[in-house]
Write a protein that binds this ligand. Structure first.
Ligand code: 0A1
Ligand code: ZN
Length: 898
């Protein structure tokens, strides 16, 4: 499967889940001493080890990567060792011993941002998954848990703040203007949770008392100029602490909990014990610089990392195949947290719809492509490639289904049992599912646990085909389900899943009909969860005087594709009346998708022919006018399915055609609903003093959407009023959400005023890196007009503010174009693909993790129509043939070509 490699880099090997074996040695304590210097940092590592008596005697093999080894002592004596590849191997060791290892590394040259690196004159670490081995030789695997003592020494003027995990036990001065700090972590932890930070930082501090009376110091560390942007992160942290205690009885177990922000970070944030390190994007916010979406993301990421303190840190993963044990569970927890913080039930529903949208536009394609893998993968070459939407978002859906099957209270009981049983351990996905089932012995989960766990072992998105039959004479309605799951790499055949399907039935007038299942004594309420477990199953409802409209998979109760031949009338009825907001939204999506697919499949269609019919437009008009609906919900309903989502429904994709049809739909909505957009704008344009909470955020979102459509309509009619008003709003806005929405409206409608607004925006925010990222990203993601985006993107990469070394900046241009702008990226002349391959190769030399993510932009090449398909394959092959490619990128492109 893998392609030829140059002589220096050996063929990368795949690690298999089945090969798991416990470690040959345990490391009980680690005493680390750092002399921090960007060019040459010295690391003295003194460990106490003992042989694992359960494992046959074997040499000690310590992982290392890009380290300079100076000394190895066993019990204070120089010891014989050998290198096997990057591993340090020691033979003939006693059963218990002290091992001292002295190494140096060069943080200033660490562009991979794994291990110890420097960002803006500050030291940071990133150790998950396998970065600790870039700091010292170690058993770098999550089932080796040790107690850490860390001493940091550095120049006091350049690095006044010295942080590590746990408690600060000592600090003081050293000769030559240096100082030190000593930290002790009271909890054992795997190496991937180790962290240190050293630099010129300031902190927002807050002391809180938890429900149980314990006091804690919370700190958010940033660079001096950013302190005024930390209030929201601190509030989010306080809410997180209170929520985990209230909902799951999980208290903060440390005296001090720290968050530190860095602008150079590969991912969103990292849950190091007591010392979370964050991408600035998920910490810094002010009303002038951050949008409502930024505020919401900060809340959920701060929550996510904090919740890891239990689901990840106190109970961790036995091996990296179990990654979803902590990630799926913690995403589920952060989703629930954000929902529970919503004051209005309708805002909860909006959050659910947003989460499902992410799942369906990112995870479903992953599950159908070359990188498809089970929630608990069976093998990997580079674990960094498996921090995926499948592990995170589908993993969260699996946990959510467990909650559905045992009920909310039962799930909380299961969580309590899980943490009681496994506190301080490194465990598996099986252990988690077992605990939830054991706490709920009479549940459907407990009854079908082995089958339920297929959600962990089988990749692919199940298809659930349903049909409905009404028998007027018997007054019954029968729903028949057939489930199947397409093959995925290495898994040609699938066994049936346990699928919870929440259903309701609506009458012609839109009211909920009683749900009396045949054979059940009692009628259910308005909604009922059917638990499917066979390939084919049917359910009959009795006592129905009329043919019902079925509302199936309410709340998206399982991560499946539901296939039901809804008539347009049925969908319009669901959109107008369903009491389940998710299915109400889903009905509109199905209607829009149906129209898009019909237009895309119509070879005789003229470029500007209308796509949407009067019934759909009328329904959208009703939604916009409906005084009972929230603005946030309206915005979601009016948002057309994305090009990616539409493309996923096709066997062969012509991305240009998909783009043109979707643009035509948007233009049609813009012109046909002109009056309603004006009204929506007028009604929602003023949201008073800025508060980043869901209700007013929803109103700002709808006002922004209205403005974009009004500018599109103006483009069609030649009217100059709305673009002018939009520019004025852009100038006058008192918060970033309104300002950026106005700018976006000018850019997406392609209005000439966009140029001056963009220039002004850059000038206003030239010192705000996160805002400049938005400026880049908006342009690289703009709708293509005659192939104009690629030349612009090339120009943007030559802009003085552009840097390939900063992941946020690289993503803002390159990913916004290659991964988020299909209409511009897929060009008939293949120039987008050529440019992509050059950027992947260029980035791979600097930062393989970021390169490998970019490499995934062409995951779905095999579905493309010619000539795109052949050109895309050629571009991938060009990357794969590059000598010396990292194993990260090589794994992605090899799978794509397999
Ligand atoms: N555990 C983190 C994700 C993460 C993974 C790898 C990283 O290093 C490159 C950084 C962060 C989380 O789930 O938030
Ligand atoms: Zn996580």
């Amino acid at each position: 499967m893998l392609l030829s490699r140059d002589a220096q880099s050996p063929q990368p090997v795949a690690i298999q889940r089945e090969d798991y074996a416990p470690p040959a040695y345990w490391i009980d304590t680690v005493d680390l001493c750092f002399d921090l210097d960007p060019a040459k940092t010295r690391v003295l590592n003194r460990m106490k080890l003992r042989r694992n008596p359960d494992v046959a005697a074997q040499p000690l093999r310590l992982d290392g990567d890009e380290l300079n080894l100076a000394r190895v002592l066993v019990n204070g004596q120089g010891a014989a060792f050998r290198m096997e590849g990057s591993q340090l191997v020691l033979d003939g060791l006693p059963d218990e011993f002290e091992l001292e290892i002295f190494t140096t590394c060069c943080p200033a040259k660490n562009t991979k941002l794994m291990g110890l690196f420097v960002s803006q004159n500050t030291f940071f670490t990133q150790c998950e998954a396998e970065g600790f081995r870039r700091i010292t030789y170690f058993l770098d695997r999550p089932d080796v848990m040790a107690s850490y003592t860390v001493t940091l020494r550095a120049d006091k003027t350049a690095y006044p703040v010295l942080l590590s995990n746990g408690n600060l036990v000592e600090q003081g001065e050293l000769p030559e203007g240096r100082h030190f700090a000593k930290w002790v972590d009271p909890f054992k932890k795997p190496a991937y949770l180790f962290a240190l930070v050293a630099g010129k930082l300031v902190a927002r501090e807050q002391r809180i008392k938890a429900r149980n009376g314990r006091e804690h110091l919370l700190q958010v560390y940033v660079r001096a100029g950013d302190l005024d942007k930390t209030e929201h992160a601190m509030n989010s942290l306080i809410h997180s602490v209170l929520w985990d205690e209230a909902r799951f009885g999980l208290p903060l177990d440390l005296d001090r909990f720290m968050i530190v922000a860095t602008s150079d970070f590969n991912m969103g944030a990292m849950e190091n014990k007591g010392l979370n390190i964050f991408n600035t994007k998920y910490v810094l916010a002010s009303q002038a610089t951050a949008t409502d979406a930024d505020y919401a993301n900060i809340e959920s990421v701060v929550g996510h990392e904090y919740f890891h303190n239990w689901s990840g840190d106190r109970v961790t993963c036995r091996d990296w195949f179990q990654l979803s044990l902590k990630e799926g569970l913690t995403v589920f927890r952060d989703q629930e947290f954000s929902m529970d913080l919503c004051a209005e039930p309708s805002a909860r529903a909006v959050k659910r719809i947003e989460d499902v949208r992410v799942l369906r536009t990112a995870q479903f394609p992953e599950d159908a492509g070359p990188m498809a893998h089970p929630v608990r993968p069976d093998s990997y070459i580079e674990i960094s490639n498996f921090y995926t939407v499948t592990i995170y978002e589908k993993g969260a859906e699996v946990v959510r289904m467990m909650q559905t099957l045992v009920g909310r209270e039962g799930f909380a009981r299961g969580m309590t049992l899980y943490f009681e049983r496994h506190d301080g351990q490194a465990v598996t996905c099986d252990d988690f599912a077992q605990a939830i089932a054991d706490a709920n012995p009479d549940s459907e989960l407990a009854r079908r646990l082995p089958q339920f766990k297929r959600w962990y072992s089988q990749a692919g998105t199940p298809r659930l085909a349903a049909t409905g039959h009404y028998d007027a004479e018997a007054r019954t309605y029968t729903l028949a389900f057939t489930q199947s799951c397409p093959p995925t790499p290495g898994q040609p055949m699938k066994e049936p899943f346990v699928i919870p399907v929440a259903v309701g039935l609506l009458g012609a007038d839109g009211r909920a009909l009683p749900l009396q299942l045949e054979g059940e004594a009692q009628p259910a309420g308005e909604s009922l969860t059917l638990v499917l477990h066979e390939a084919e199953q049917r359910f009959t409802f009795t006592g129905l005087a009329e043919a019902p409209v079925p509302s199936i998979l309410r709340g998206f109760s399982a991560p499946v594709v539901l296939q039901f031949d809804y008539t347009r009338e049925q969908l319009l009825a669901l959109l107008a009346h369903d009491s389940d907001p998710f299915n109400r939204w889903e009905a509109a999506q199905r209607l829009a998708l149906g129209a898009a697919l019909a237009a895309i499949g119509d070879d005789s269609r003229l470029p500007d022919a209308p796509v949407l019919d009067e019934a759909f437009i009328g329904a959208m008009r009703e939604v916009l006018r409906n005084g009972a609906l929230d603005a946030a919900f309206k915005e979601l309903v009016l948002t057309l399915p994305s090009e990616v989502y539409i493309s996923e429904q096709l066997d062969v994709v012509d991305p240009q055609r998909v783009h043109r049809v979707r643009e035509a739909m948007r233009t049609q909505l813009a012109t046909a609903l002109y009056a309603e957009w004006q009204q929506a704008y007028e009604d929602n344009k003023d949201t008073g003093a800025y508060r980043p909470e869901p209700v007013s955020a929803g109103r700002r979102a709808l006002a922004g959407m209205a403005l974009a459509h009004l500018c599109i309509a103006a483009r069609e009619s030649g009217d100059a009023v709305w673009p002018g008003k939009t520019l004025q709003r852009f100038k006058d806005a008192s918060n970033m959400t309104d300002r950026f929405n106005a700018l976006t409206a000018l850019v997406v409608s392609g209005h000439p005023l966009a140029a001056q607004a963009l220039a002004r925006f850059h000038a206003m925010f030239k010192d705000e890196a996160l805002v400049i990222d938005k400026w880049f990203s908006l342009q690289a993601g703009a709708p293509d007009r005659g192939g104009d985006v690629l030349p612009l993107v090339k120009q943007l990469t030559r802009h003085p503010d552009f840097s390939l070394k900063n992941p946020n900046r690289a993503r803002s241009v390159i990913f916004s174009y290659c991964s988020a702008n299909p209409g511009a990226f897929h060009r008939l002349d293949a120039a987008g693909y050529v440019w992509w391959s050059e950027r992947v190769i260029e980035l791979d030399e600097i930062n393989p993790q970021v390169a490998a993510r970019l490499a995934r932009a062409l995951d779905r090449w095999n579905k493309l129509a010619e000539p795109y398909r052949g050109a895309a394959r050629e571009a991938i092959a060009r990357v794969a043939a590059r000598p010396g490619l990292s194993k990260d990128t090589l794994e992605v492109v090899s799978r794509a070509l397999a």
